[in-house]
Design a protein around this ligand. Sequence first.
Ligand code: FAD
Length: 310
Amino acid sequence: MKNLLTGGIIFNNIKQAQTEFANLGILTRTNFPSNEFSLYCGGGLLELVVCPTSVNQLIQIVNIIKKNSLDYLVIGACGNTLIKDTGFSGVTIMTQYLKGISHRNNTLYAGAGDKLNILSKKAMSCGLSGFEPLTGIPASVGGACVMNAGAFGTEMSQLIKDITYIDFFDSRLKKTFAGNLPFKYRHTNGFFDDKIITSVSFKLTSDDTSKIKARCISALETRKLTQPSKPSLGCVFKKAKGISAGYYIEKAGLKGFRIGGAQISQMHANFIVNTGNGNASNYIRLVEISENQVLEKFNIKLEREIIVKG
Ligand SMILES: Cc1cc2nc3c(=O)[nH]c(=O)nc-3n(C[C@H](O)[C@H](O)[C@H](O)COP(=O)(O)OP(=O)(O)OC[C@H]3O[C@@H](n4cnc5c(N)ncnc54)[C@H](O)[C@@H]3O)c2cc1C
């Protein structure tokens, strides 16, 4: 029988998996409200959350998920992912404890769960340049690689040397050089859909720490001036015809439009912000209205950057 989220009662395969995780000493939590950590501060319950603290644990988790035929989801910083209000049934793997930043010469190493901003600071303190334009993107290293996150003309793909991941197919740890990966504008063509990134290495260039610091501060200041500070998932849509989707949404008269506690930002129409009690349904409705209005008025089909699960 398929496992279902049923008001706190956990059935069959998921219960079995939970017991197996516990027997291996793996941290779990049931019916975890995603609004407690989502950067939008909204979203439904996660039926069973696991937090691996090592690659070995992650391999055990993958094997248990496969053995029990469960759905799964990987979450980094939840800066681009919205969980529907009806929740996610299955196992959610949170990468927050898969950490480890180090460097050797011009190469910086990080765990999938390390925060991009911590990595950027470390690069700065080591006199390593590359991350400055990305400073301020709220992301885990793994999530930023999958999304090929970018800002001010720089993308993760330009900095990555190689990525190590577990392949769900055979539960094995593999390493692939960046050149072999299908990096695109804000996605990786589904390459990581059946893989979990565990660590990443970056090739950077040497520069003065003071110059790197100045560029980081400049990126942060521009971000502050152009992006809303209220909880959000960043840009909702990808650029359309080379122009920010916010341009079309604003021209469609939707800036400031609100449903429940969610609002199309007054500052930047490609952001949907949570004004206090916004839920995932409010957010999704605003996404759909934006899509419909921009299609009707400009004959442009907006492509979503955010990921909706559940
Ligand atoms: C205020 C704000 C500003 C933002 N500004 C920018 C910006 O300037 N540029 C930009 O590109 N983005 C921006 N974003 C969006 C977001 O920060 C990026 O998309 C970021 O890369 C998401 O990382 P995450 O760890 O939060 O990913 P999540 O939302 O947790 O996950 C994103 C995707 O990656 C998958 N995933 C996560 N970790 C792993 C892993 N270890 N292995 C395999 N799959 C994994 C998830 O399953 C999901 O499909 C912004 C967001 C906010 C809230």
